[in-house]
Design a protein around this ligand. Structure first.
Ligand code: HEM
Length: 407
């Protein structure tokens, strides 16, 4: 496999904006995706832990985390589509080949994810009062988490296979015999996969501190529960940090020979420092964790750590594809389309920003209110404005489509 072959697999239409835009957005959205995945995995683990226990606090936490897990899946899915779009724009020769080589799993991914999500909702439907009533069918939640991990593993394999263009021919036609079934997952690295999954322990610990702070203002929350949460989150933070570092070291030790020195690069060093800092921070700040800055800040720190991990992961991909195979994603021919670029950022900032502010305000205020929540006139106006803007956006979408079609 030579560089010309890889370049020949590019889209002849070029890309509609500078490739660096897609590269940066790809890293950022991947970081957000994996953060939501980690919250979902961590919350699901706590749900199972609580659902199988008789201890009151564990069950109370399980009930709260079930709500978190089911929302986090939808956030992870929505935020998974974004890096999917960006990776296939600038790395299309690699991404599509990897997908076609395991096509059966790419389609299976959707079915498995659907079943996993349905199982979670089944468990939710059967266990509305996990805090006070006996658990019904915990197996559905366990199976849901196991299938979510299978989904993540498929994503890992697709991302991993794209880094080995020198092996594609061997996978496509082992010993000269073509295998076009797409049924095989050809390559994986359990250290790398384990690293991203194990980070969920560290991330959920930050989430628990934020959750604890969020509910601490409510009069119906028992102080013993808040103390217990603090102890649990501190232990999870330390344990999560150690496990993630161990998997990270395993990943760096199993890199291809050409990238053996990457483990000592500044980005990896920074990621390792941030993981360690996030892990020990609850111990360092002690009782200051009750202040809003620290209560919410610990999750913020975990998010920054994940962004740096995502940058390091991208630098590694760049080093492999450019360093080992001569493919430069940044020299993708640009066929500048200002309208779609402005539309993208406009939608993201104006519509996304406004609608998200509305949702977050309502969710935040509703969660802090005892009894029935009624939004203020200002919040209602924000909601109406969001609906108006979305309606205008949809009309614009069809009008533009018709104009292009009839032109
Ligand atoms: C809900 C369960 C999911 C889990 C546990 C999961 C987990 C993961 C993991 C661990 C990775 C990193 C793989 C690696 O670098 O080795 C990853 C990457 C990725 N995931 Fe997910 N994922 C899930 C769902 C989704 C969904 C539904 C989508 C898309 C709709 C998606 C899109 C992506 C993409 C595009 C990447 C690679 C991004 C890149 O290489 O730049 N994921 N996911």
């Amino acid at each position: 496999m030579n560089a010309e072959m890889l370049y020949a697999l590019r889209d002849v239409a070029g890309v509609p904006s500078h490739p660096v835009t897609f590269l940066i957005l790809g890293v950022l959205t991947f970081a957000l995706h994996i953060l939501a995945v980690q919250v979902m995995l961590g919350a699901s683990g706590l749900v199972i832990w609580g659902a199988l226990s008789k201890a009151a606090y564990q069950r109370q936490l399980a009930q709260a985390m079930l709500g978190v897990a089911k929302i986090a899946v939808s956030v992870a899915v929505v935020l998974g589509v974004a890096p999917l779009l960006f990776v296939q724009v600038i790395y299309d020769p690699f991404w599509y080949t990897s997908n076609v080589l395991s096509a059966w799993w790419v389609i299976g991914f959707i079915v498995i994810l659907t079943v996993a999500y349905l199982l979670m909702y089944f468990f939710y439907a059967k266990n509305h009062h996990l805090g006070t009533q006996k658990t019904i069918c915990p197996g559905s939640m366990i199976l849901s988490l196991a299938l979510m991990l299978v989904v993540g593993f498929i994503m890992h394999v697709l991302t991993y296979q794209m880094l080995s263009p020198d092996q594609w021919m061997q996978w496509y036609a082992p010993n000269g015999e073509i295998d076009a079934s797409g049924r095989k997952l050809h390559d994986y690295n359990l250290w790398r996969f384990g690293f991203f999954i194990s980070l969920s322990v560290l991330v959920i610990s930050g989430w628990l501190f934020a959750y604890r702070h969020y509910i601490s203002h409510r009069t119906d929350v028992d102080n013993g529960y808040l103390q217990w949460l603090k102890g649990l989150a501190t232990v999870l933070s330390l344990a999560g940090g150690i496990v993630a570092l161990a998997f990270g070291i395993g990943w760096m030790a199993t890199l291809p020979d050409s990238q053996a020195g990457f483990g000592f690069s500044p980005w990896v060093g920074l990621a390792a420092v941030l993981i360690s800092l996030t892990a020990v921070m609850p111990k360092l700040i002690g009782s200051r964790v009750n202040a809003p800055l620290f209560g919410y800040g610990l999750f913020g720190l975990a998010a920054i750590t994940v962004i740096v991990v995502a940058i390091a992961r991208e630098v590694l991909r760049w080093n492999i594809l450019f360093g080992d195979f001569g493919y430069n994603a940044l020299d993708y021919p640009v066929n500048m389309d200002w309208y779609s670029t402005l539309l993208f950022f406009g939608t993201f900032v104006i519509i996304g920003g406004l609608v998200l502010s509305y949702f977050l305000t309502v969710a935040w205020q509703a969660g802090q209110t005892e009894g029935v929540y009624t939004p203020s006139p200002a919040v209602t106006r924000l909601g109406n404005l969001s609906i108006l803007l979305i309606t205008l956006w949809i009309i614009h979408f069809f009008v533009l489509g018709l104009w292009v079609w009839l032109r």
